[in-house]
Design a protein around this ligand. Structure first.
Ligand code: SME
Length: 162
């Protein structure tokens, strides 16, 4: 994927973020545009920390196969690890990672990027690919910029991170 594809998506996501005050609308825009432009992003979704239970992630807008993992404790999964470690996690081969919680049997690699607002993690963007080792440092930089747009949006528009 070229740097230009990532840049173009970020331009469109930034513009959309300025056009709404509804977090779900922004999240839906992101999960629509990313897999449409980046075909190896086979499952793209948001998990946000439950405002009433900060030890649990709750599934938000997503595109891809339905998942049974609607609520994930921060102590579990690749999703939980990204929050617990407050860092982007890239898994080249999910089946070799004992923390992995399966969504689709076709998933081979995964990247999870924390979303921060007011200096704290409030959620994450989770992507699965059917390709092994699909995600590079460029994907990580791109998704961290997406997460920064969502974090800044939450700081501006939300009193809670839900
Ligand atoms: N694989 C994730 C669970 C979420 S599904 O991929 C949608 C994990 O290990 O936390």
């Amino acid at each position: 994927m070229s740097e230009m594809d990532f840049t173009q998506i970020l331009i469109e996501v930034s513009a959309f973020a300025k056009s709404t005050t509804d977090l779900a609308a922004l999240q839906n825009f992101i999960v629509e545009i990313i897999p449409e432009r980046l075909p190896y992003y086979n499952w793209t979704g948001f998990y946000m920390l439950d405002p009433n239970d900060s030890d649990t992630l709750v599934l938000g807008p997503y595109r891809g196969a339905p998942t049974e993992h609607v609520r994930i404790p921060v102590s579990q999964g690749i999703c939980g690890a990204a929050v617990a470690q407050n860092t982007t996690v890239i898994i080249d081969d999910v089946h070799s990672d004992p923390r992995y919680l399966a969504c689709s049997l076709e998933t081979k690699s995964e990247i999870v990027v924390p979303i921060r607002a007011h200096g704290a993690v409030v959620g994450e963007i989770d992507i699965d690919s059917h390709d092994l080792a699909a995600f590079t440092a460029e994907d990580s930089a791109f998704l961290e910029r997406c997460a920064a747009i969502v974090g800044a949006f939450i700081e501006t528009n939300q009193t809670s991170s839900k």
